[in-house]
Write a protein that binds this ligand. Structure first.
Ligand SMILES: O=P(O)(O)OC[C@H]1O[C@H](OP(=O)(O)OP(=O)(O)O)[C@H](O)[C@@H]1O
Ligand SMILES: O=c1cc[nH]c(=O)[nH]1
Ligand SMILES: [Mg+2]
Length: 211
């Protein structure tokens, strides 16, 4: 997909783990562990542009200057429910990140997102948002979530998903060209029920065992 703000994160470990996330016989426990692991690996990649500042510290040997991450405070925002599956993995890497929540579900018939919850930290302008959801299908949910973040004042947003469909990438990138989108895999298409093909099925149901 040729959108400047769309990036596939390619890494052998991510591809390997994604294979077992897709596999329908993977257990609920393993599914959640793998989603967390891929989210952590992706977060490592997408934070490469974080800025650093030098501080003075004392090692047991002497005083020295060394670097720490500086800049805007990170807010991780899962789109409920399935986005919750990615939070623990990313928090392992960025434990100080605040966590906002956006409650959206996709209406089964219309495939349009229905909003039911929104809570994020204040002072949005000064924060770096990482919006997460395993699936970018029609794009309706992710576009609505980014709309809500911007309406609340967010200026700096990245969106991270595990699997994207071309339809969702196009919709999101056109609606939010200023938001960088990162996916571990780009699939073929959507089926007649709006599910990604080959995809992984219903991410929320597989994470929470609600099928
Ligand atoms: O790109 P879209 O067509 O909007 O579809 C993607 C959305 O669908 C899934 O959520 P779902 O509605 O199943 O809610 P859940 O996470 O509570 O299961 C998924 O986690 C995304 O949020
Ligand atoms: O394939 C899909 C599409 C939307 N939501 C999911 O959980 N899976
Ligand atoms: Mg679901």
């Amino acid at each position: 997909m040729n959108f400047e703000n769309f990036h596939i994160i390619k890494h052998p470990l991510i591809e390997h783990k994604l294979t077992y996330i897709r596999e329908k016989h993977t257990s609920k426990k393993e599914f959640k562990e793998l989603v967390d692991e891929v989210a952590l690996l992706m977060a490592y990649e997408i934070t490469k542009d974080f800025s650093l500042q030098e501080i003075e510290i004392s090692t047991p040997i002497c005083k020295t200057k060394s670097k720490v991450v500086s800049g805007k405070k990170v807010v991780l925002v899962p789109i409920l429910r399935a986005g919750l599956g990615m939070v623990d993995g990313i928090l392992k890497l960025i434990p100080s990140a605040r966590v906002g929540h956006i409650g959206l579900y996709r209406d089964e018939k219309t495939l349009k997102p229905v909003s039911y919850y929104f809570k994020i930290p204040s002072n949005c302008e000064d924060r770096e948002f990482i919006l997460v959801d395993p699936m970018l299908a029609t794009g309706g949910s992710a576009v609505a979530a980014a709309d809500m973040l911007k309406k609340a004042g967010a200026k700096n947003i990245k969106f991270m998903c595990l699997i994207a469909a071309p339809e969702g990438v196009e919709k999101f990138c056109k609606a939010h060209p200023d938001v960088k989108v990162y996916a571990a895999g780009l699939d073929e298409k959507l089926n007649e029920h709006g599910y990604i093909v080959p995809g992984l099925g219903d991410a929320g149901d597989r994470l929470f065992g609600t099928k």
